[in-house]
Design a protein around this ligand. Structure first.
Ligand code: NAP
Ligand code: MG
Length: 504
């Protein structure tokens, strides 16, 4: 729990309004309203009430943002690599300087706890720090073609890159996409989710303060179907990094295909945490709780399925429910340990899954309903929930719920665990808990997933490439792989005058 010392929190809890946060697009280094003057309302998920409005972009704003990004690209691409790195390093420092303001804005729009938001700011600053080291180390290859030809590969930035960002991790998703794109020399246009627009604009302002040329990072606010679709279809956008639902991902790929833009697809997941019979039950319980109740389960890589051996099933479920019982649900600025669901629509979607499970006669071992909070009775809260012993074809095993709902699958032995783990159309993340490292490594080899952790569900950091297989998407973010995905290779072959006699 974080003590209330942040002046932004104090002012907001006393007045219910926010002091001067940016409320427009950031285009050409300036916060601007929509050309149509259209606006959209922003609600605090913890109170369930609207507290401000921001610009909502239309087609003319899309064009203005892309024109600015094209101008910004020409300047940024030609900025010395060492200076590009320094801008990213200054950005990391500025984010930590402004951590209170950023974390406040993140919590009041996303609904997560202030502690989680502070951790997200630190992690995003670390992302900029990591990529600050990249621009002057991006090297191509020399290709052996014999003495009469010189063969080289040159790495060129792709151009204008659109980043379409969801509502669950606005700050870290911004950093994960934009830091490597800028490191590669691309310019960017971020389109944050309609419910969480504030921190993208604040981060773009900090990039300007860090010395990024105007136009190299723009933020376009607005609805996905207007601003997001407009960016995806724009002929001058060279690449789109999309994080969100598979259905919208397909729409973005279809639009990108019309103008031959490349894409990175970071889609959903239904990731298993596998607890083998020999695992440390307390450690697995800690891991499972962190994997599903962090950010109230609104995480693409959440461990939303517990695949547990029947020999430890009862003991592990008991250990998880004890921990779930200690979770306090409430407004993210009031010191709770689990915050709100981002929107009423998403809360209702989660509740529909829970109603369906109850109708099917499934076992609700913990929670299972809306949480009504006496201080914020209109807040969008769901109880931490555990649905026990579900069959493989249960909707809560197959569908991404995107809420604090852990679905338990009971298995008999390692082979059965592998079968259960690989039983969905997704493949983003998998956690394995076992004391037998050989068994864990064999499972890691055979599991259908972009990443696997052993005995530490959230292991790793920005250094580790991240992405999905099958319906979880493709392309890799994080790690050095991410910088490469914002570059294209130009091959250069030169004929070189050659005479064997003249060589020593
Ligand atoms: P979403 O609709 O896929 O939204 C992701 C982003 O795409 C948002 O910025 C959204 O803008 C934008 N968008 C929407 N329609 C678009 C279009 N036609 N063209 C271009 N961009 C468009 O996801 P959601 O509605 O926020 O959540 C729905 C489900 O997606 C969740 O329940 C969850 O299962 C999944 N999800 C996954 C992740 C992840 O990290 N993998 C993150 C969030 C959600 P708007 O905000 O205006 O819609
Ligand atoms: Mg949406």
């Amino acid at each position: 729990m974080t003590a209330v010392v942040n002046p932004w929190i104090k002012a907001y809890l006393e007045s219910g309004t926010v002091p001067a946060l940016p409320d427009g697009h950031l285009i050409d280094g300036k916060v601007v309203p929509s050309l149509s003057a259209e606006r959209m309302e922003i609600a605090d998920p913890g109170t369930g009430h609207v507290f401000m409005s921001v610009a909502a972009g239309g087609a003319a704003d899309v064009d203005a943002a892309v024109a600015s990004a094209l101008r910004g690209f020409r300047i940024w691409r030609d900025t010395a690599p060492v200076e590009r790195g320094r801008v990213l390093a200054r950005m990391a420092a500025l984010m930590l300087r402004d951590i209170e303001r950023l974390a406040f804005a993140e919590t009041v729009t996303v609904g997560k706890t202030y502690t989680e938001s502070c951790n997200n700011v630190r992690s995003a600053a670390r992302t900029f720090e990591y990529y600050a080291g990249a621009p002057d180390k991006l090297q191509g290859d020399s290709i052996p073609l014999g003495p009469a030809q010189l063969g080289l590969t040159l790495l060129e930035p792709l151009g204008v890159v659109a980043q379409i960002i969801p509502w669950n991790y606005p700050i870290t998703t911004f950093a994960r996409g934009i830091a490597p794109a800028l490191a590669a020399g691309c310019s960017v246009i971020a389109k944050p989710a309609e419910t969480t627009p504030l921190t993208a604009v604040m981060l773009a302002q900090l990039l300007c303060e860090a010395g990024l040329p105007a136009g190299a990072c723009n933020v376009l606010l607005g609805l996905g179907t207007v601003a997001g679709a407009g960016l995806s279809a724009h002929a001058d956008v060279a690449h789109i990094t999309f994080t969100g639902s598979p259905g919208v991902g397909t729409a973005v790929m279809t639009a990108a295909a019309q103008h031959y833009a490349s894409v990175t697809m970071e889609l959903g997941g239904k990731s298993p945490l596998i607890a083998l019979a020999d695992c440390d039950i307390e450690a697995a319980a800690d891991g499972a709780v962190a994997a599903i109740y962090e950010n109230a389960g609104q995480i693409c890589s959440a461990g939303s399925r517990l695949v547990v051996d029947k020999r430890i099933h009862r003991a592990l479920v008991e250990a998880i429910t004890v921990r779930a019982g200690r979770i306090t649900v409430g407004h993210g600025l009031r010191g709770s340990s689990m915050g709100a669901i981002n929107s009423r629509r998403q809360m209702e979607r989660i509740l529909a899954f829970l109603d369906q499970a109850k109708t099917m006669g499934s076992t609700v071992a913990f929670g299972g309903a809306r949480h009504v909070n006496s201080i914020d009775p209109d807040g969008w809260f769901i109880q931490p929930t555990l649905l026990d012993d579900l069959p493989i074809d249960h909707p809560c095993v197959q569908e991404e719920i995107f809420g604090p709902v852990l679905s338990v699958q009971v298995v008999d032995g390692t082979e059965d665990a592998l079968r259960a783990a690989n039983s969905t159309r997704y493949g983003l993340m998998a956690g394995i808990y076992s004391k037998d490292i050989g068994a864990a490594l064999a499972l890691a080899r055979d599991i259908k997933s972009g990443q696997v952790t052993i005995n530490n569900y959230w292991g790793g950091g920005v250094e580790v490439p991240f992405g999905g297989v099958e319906q979880s998407g493709f392309g890799r973010e994080k790690g050095f792989a991410a910088v490469a995905s914002y570059c294209r290779t130009k091959s250069l072959v030169a004929k070189v005058p050659y005479s064997q006699n003249a060589r020593v």
